[in-house]
Each structure stands twice: as structure tokens, then as C-alpha cells.
Design a protein around this ligand. Structure first.
Ligand code: AMP
Length: 610
């Protein structure tokens, strides 16, 4: 039997353990989510509780529960549990011991060696305390590994190529961003910033406040005055609601008999929208972006020097985070490796290598394509019925379920045709139509009627699509069996014909753009594989040209809104860039347009970030 080495993420909120199993690195644990809450407690009867049970009692018995001990690692502060005093290392060792027991049960072998991760900013004292915690748990600590380095190992960045990654890590109670340079075995954390008092718990607090206010409005009762059990329930409900809002545009919070007054049960029943929630958490998310720009400038990097953004930590499932990072950098952040488990998996990769297994990266089932419905939107200033925006993005781990909200196009509309596409282009017609269906019998309304589209994709490539009229809950569902298949040559040819016809009529309307000069070859990085062949550039280049121009106009508009807040020199630079962008559009110079747009995006990034 080979020497087993495990990888451990000893987190502020949750901890996980990973090891080499069946040819891959896996996170081990009895719970479905394989996460151990980093909580230690004593029950009122005096029994030691580690993990979920300790976390459950934390609001009811705060004096008997210890959480976030990681924040005290390396300090001389001690904590009390019952009538005994413990060092942070001792408490952490109880968490480590529990993880090791999980792994030993799973692997049927004793475990004596581990790689343990720590934040990049941990001092020597904090690293030594972590090592000591491992030793107290009976482990030989083979390596102390930086968390962002672990994330980059999970993504397979330990190969020969050079990678520059921005690792954005937002967990339950802490936020870190690191700029990591990886080349072969050499990984360097170039800069790191963060806030060790910011995380998903703060998002929960904001939602909890919203629910408490709702209860007070309905019943005139302030739950902060003497209702600890009701508050514990609501905090729980707030976290669950928050998690659902990452995948659904609405969530209903129903808590039966939250309080009983004079023998009468008082219920809470409230619907929250993602839009409302995003406005609550936006300032917190914006503050993380300040740290992103500080880390970049400390590392002497600009967004264009970064190849990849890796999203780590459970709270990065919040869609607003993805959107804001994408807006600021132009990059598509990656979250194909389970964000809660990514650091443990990366520690597991190093641990497996130390144990002699040739592991390159973690293997996960992800969707190789994006999926979504077409909708009536705008392209190049014209209404366009084949706009496309994915609901399920490519590289999303499977299985996945996500829902988005759409509005009917005109008053009194009673039916909608839903067309589901596979692909990455924001023109649906350049993607692959994988299924369509008609929803009849909608309520005729004067205002736009809201229709939700829910999509679930499983590991076998079966896509389930449900359209739901939000107001009535009336729904229609289809299953598409071969959603993950590739486009056939005849489908590609048919798509090309459709596009030719469409864009030749469109081109007459948009006379300013010369489709022959504004060619795709100038705009590098544009992937046209989906439908066009090289000789067909005229048909294929125009939509991209239109799109680039539209994007540039949007960017200028955004920049104009910010002008008043800029320093005079930045204002001058921004105005000059606006003019150069207009000039590039007038002279149909795609290369110049791309370059000047990138410069303006970068200027705004730094201005907005600080
Ligand atoms: P971690 O410390 O990485 O385990 O992250 C834990 C935090 O992630 C907690 O605040 C969770 O509530 C949060 N979290 C987990 N799942 C989601 C989700 N689907 N959407 C938003 N936050 C989540």
C-alpha cells in the first residue's frame, strides 16, 4: 500500500480534505457537500461537537461554540469552551482530526501525512501555528501551501506553459485576491489583497435584516429583542435564499409559526428578487473590486496581462461577481471547478504528486457548450428577434439548474415560441438550435408578462427546459436528449444560408460600415468556427463589425457617465480615447478599434477600481 498523503483546506467557514482515489483527486466526506463547518462546540450536556452540529447551536449557545478560529491563528489569544481554555492551534487540530477521520473511513487506511493550505498573506507565525495544529492532530505536515497556488494547481496550471492568473476568493467570512504567476513547478504569488472581515456571512446579514424588517412591518414585532430562536431560523432561511438567488431570479421565503404570540402562530411569507438582493450586496462587491485593482497595481500588471480569473470560495457563485469582473477585465472568469472545493482539490493535487501519482489537474464533468433561449433584443441599433444570452454557461460543472426571467414582447400576448440554442455567439442564428416549443394560453396583460425559463443539464447531456408564467405558475416542459452533440455539416451549411440572407438585408440598413474592409482578419481573437468558412468572410464579418461598434458605443456611453468623477488628466485621456474610437469606426479600422477600446476599458478599470 503506497504512502497516502492528503490535501486539506483549513478554512475560516468550512474545511475539506482531498486525496487521490480511482485515478483522480477527490474530496472525501460523509455529507453530500463534503464540507465540514469550521466550528467546534460543547453541547449543553458537555459533549464535544465538531462541524455541522456545532454550527447549528452557534446562535443559541454562542458561549459554547467557537467559529472562525482561523482568524486567531498565530496570535497568543486563547478561547474558552465551557470552563476550559484552548489555543487556536488546539481548536484547529480538532477540525483537522475530524477531517482525517472522514478520510480514513473512506480510504480504509490510516493517514499520517498532509498538505495544508493557508492564505497567501499568512505570516510566519500563522503558518507555524497551522503546522502545529496539524502535528497536534497527529499529522506530519508535508507542505504548507498558499491557497491561490492550490487553486491554480487544481486548474492544471502546473504544466510547462506560463500562466498569469487572478485568483478571486470570497468565502463565508473572508475575501482575498491574489495575482499568481505559474511556470512549471514554480508558482509565485506576486501580490495579494483582501479583507478578512468580508464574506458571504455579510450577505446573509443583509438579507436577515430585510426579513426582520418585513416581519416587523407585518406584525410590529422587532425580532432583535428577545427572539433568539426565530432569528436563528431566519438567518438560516436568509442563507438558503441567498444561495437560491444565485440560480433563480426569485425566491420565496416561507417560515411557518416563526413566532407564537398569545397562542397565535405568526408566519413569514415573502418573495425576494435577485435584482433587489443584488442592490443590497453591490457595495460589498464593489469594495472587493477595489482590492482587485490594488492587487493588480501592486503586481505591476494590468488586466490585459492576466490570462485567467479563477473564482474560488462558495460566495463567488453570486452572478453579480462574475458580471462585474467580466465588465472590468473583459475576461470570462472560470468556475468550472467547484468553488468551495477548489483549494482542497489543489492541495490534493500536490499531495498526490508527493505520494508519487502523476496528477496533472482535477477532472470534472462540465458542460462543453453554453445553452440558452433566443429573445427579442437589439443589435446594431435595430430590434432583433434572435438575440442570445446563455442561461447555462460553458464550463459549468454538471449537473446544473438555472433559471432566468424574460418578458413578453407586446401587450395582450398569449403565446410564446421558445427556441433553445447551444453555442457561444450572441446571435442565436450562429448557434445550434437544439429544441423548440410553443407555450400557449398565457394571460393577456397590458404590461409585459414575465415568463421564466428554467434549464437543467445533467451529466448524460440531457437538457430539460421548462417555461413558467411567473404570475400563475403555469408551465410547459421539454427534454432534449442530445444537447451536447456537435453541429452536423448540413446544419452548418443551413445556418450559413440563413445568415447570408439575414445580413444582406441588414447591411443595407447600416450603410456606415464597409463590410469588406472591416474584416474579421483584423479583429484577432474572434472565433468564427461555428458557422463560417474562410471564403465566406463577407457574410461573417459584418455581424462582428456591428457588434464591435456597438460594444464601443456602450463603452463610450459608460465612460461619459463616469467623466464627472474622473481626475482632470484621466478626463482628458478618456475624451481623447472617445475621439480615437470614433475615428477608428469612421475609418473602418478594426485593429485600431480593438486597441483603443481596450485602452479605454483599462483606464476605466483603474479609475472605477480605486
Ligand atoms: P466557503 O468558505 O468557500 O466554503 O464559502 C462559504 C460561503 O459560500 C457561505 O457564506 C455560503 O453561504 C456561500 N455560498 C455557498 N453556496 C452559495 C451560492 N449558491 N450562492 C451564494 N453563496 C453561496
Amino acid at each position: 500500500m503506497s504512502d497516502m498523503v492528503v490535501g486539506i483546506d483549513l478554512g475560516t467557514t468550512n474545511s475539506e480534505i482531498a486525496a487521490f482515489l480511482n485515478g483522480n483527486v477527490e474530496v472525501l466526506g460523509p455529507e453530500a457537500d463534503r464540507m465540514l463547518p469550521s466550528c467546534v462546540g460543547l453541547s449543553p450536556a458537555g459533549a464535544l461537537l465538531v462541524g455541522r452540529e456545532a454550527r447549528h447551536q452557534q446562535l443559541l449557545f454562542p458561549n459554547l461554540t467557537i467559529r472562525s478560529i482561523k482568524r486567531k491563528m498565530g496570535s497568543t489569544e486563547t478561547v474558552n469552551l465551557g470552563d476550559k481554555e484552548f489555543t487556536p492551534q488546539e481548536i484547529s487540530s480538532l477540525i483537522l482530526r475530524q477531517l482525517v477521520e472522514w478520510a480514513e473511513r473512506h480510504l480504509h487506511q490510516p493517514i499520517t501525512k498532509a498538505v495544508i493550505t493557508v492564505p497567501a498573506y499568512f505570516s510566519d507565525a500563522q503558518r507555524n501555528a497551522t503546522r502545529e495544529a496539524g502535528e497536534l492532530a497527529g499529522l506530519e505536515v508535508a507542505r504548507i501551501l498558499n491557497e491561490p497556488t492550490a487553486a491554480s494547481l487544481a486548474y492544471g496550471f502546473g504544466d510547462a506553459a506560463h500562466h498569469s492568473a487572478l485568483v478571486y476568493d470570497l468565502g463565508g467570512g473572508t475575501f482575498d485576491v491574489s495575482i499568481v504567476s505559474v511556470e512549471g513547478d514554480v508558482t509565485e504569488v506576486l501580490a495579494s489583497h483582501g479583507n478578512n472581515q468580508l464574506g458571504g456571512d455579510d450577505f446573509d446579514d443583509l438579507l436577515l435584516g430585510r426579513l426582520e424588517r418585513e416581519f416587523q412591518t407585518q406584525y410590529g414585532i422587532d425580532l432583535q429583542n428577545g427572539y433568539p430562536v426565530a432569528r436563528t431560523r431566519l438567518r438560516w432561511a436568509a442563507e438558503e435564499a441567498k444561495k437560491k438567488l444565485s440560480f433563480e431570479p426569485y425566491v420565496r421565503v416561507r417560515e411557518e409559526a416563526l413566532v407564537t404570540e398569545k397562542g397565535k402562530p405568526l408566519h413569514l411569507d415573502v418573495e425576494l428578487s435577485r435584482a433587489e438582493y443584488e442592490e443590497m450586496v453591490r457595495p460589498l462587491i464593489e469594495s472587493t473590486l477595489d482590492s482587485v485593482s490594488k492587487a493588480l497595481s501592486d503586481a505591476h500588471k494590468s488586466p490585459s496581462d492576466i490570462d485567467t480569473i479563477l473564482l474560488v470560495g462558495g460566495s463567488t457563485r453570486t452572478p453579480l461577481i462574475y458580471r462585474r469582473l467580466h465588465e472590468l477585465t473583459g475576461l470570462e472568469p472560470r468556475q468550472d471547478i467547484h468553488p468551495d472545493l477548489c483549494v482542497a482539490l489543489g492541495a490534493g493535487v500536490l499531495a498526490s504528486r508527493l505520494a508519487g501519482h502523476g496528477v496533472e489537474r482535477v477532472l470534472v464533468d462540465v458542460s462543453p457548450f453554453s445553452f440558452g433561449p433566443s429573445y427579442l433584443g437589439e443589435r446594431g441599433g435595430f430590434p432583433y428577434p434572435h438575440c442570445y444570452h446563455p442561461i447555462i454557461y460553458r464550463n459549468t460543472p454538471l449537473p446544473v439548474t438555472r433559471t432566468e426571467s424574460y418578458a413578453t414582447a407586446y401587450p395582450q400576448q398569449t403565446s410564446v415560441q421558445i427556441e433553445i440554442y447551444q453555442g457561444e455567439d450572441d446571435d442565436a442564428l450562429k448557434n445550434l438550435l437544439v429544441g423548440d416549443f410553443r407555450v400557449e394560453g398565457l394571460r393577456p396583460t397590458r404590461e409585459p408578462n414575465e415568463v421564466l425559463c428554467r434549464m437543467s443539464l445533467d451529466v448524460d447531456g440531457i437538457l430539460h427546459v421548462t417555461a413558467i408564467e411567473k404570475e400563475t405558475g403555469k408551465s410547459k416542459h421539454i427534454s432534449i436528449d442530445r444537447a451536447l452533440r456537435e453541429k452536423s455539416p448540413s446544419e452548418i451549411a443551413a445556418a450559413r444560408e440563413r445568415l447570408k440572407a439575414l445580413y444582406s438585408s441588414h447591411a443595407e440598413e447600416s450603410v456606415e460600415i464597409d463590410e469588406n474592409e472591416f474584416s474579421l482578419e483584423d479583429a484577432d481573437g474572434v472565433d468564427e468556427e461555428a458557422v463560417s468558412e474562410p471564403e465566406d468572410t463577407a457574410a461573417a464579418s459584418l455581424p462582428h463589425a456591428l457588434e464591435m461598434v456597438k460594444e464601443a458605443h456602450d463603452l463610450i456611453e459608460h465612460s461619459q457617465r463616469l467623466l464627472g468623477t474622473l481626475h482632470p488628466e484621466d478626463q482628458e485621456e478618456a475624451i481623447e480615447l472617445h475621439e480615437r474610437i470614433h475615428g477608428a469606426i469612421r475609418s473602418n479600422d478594426a485593429g485600431a478599434l480593438k486597441k483603443t477600446s481596450a485602452e479605454l476599458r483599462e483606464l476605466l478599470f483603474f479609475v472605477e477600481g480605486h
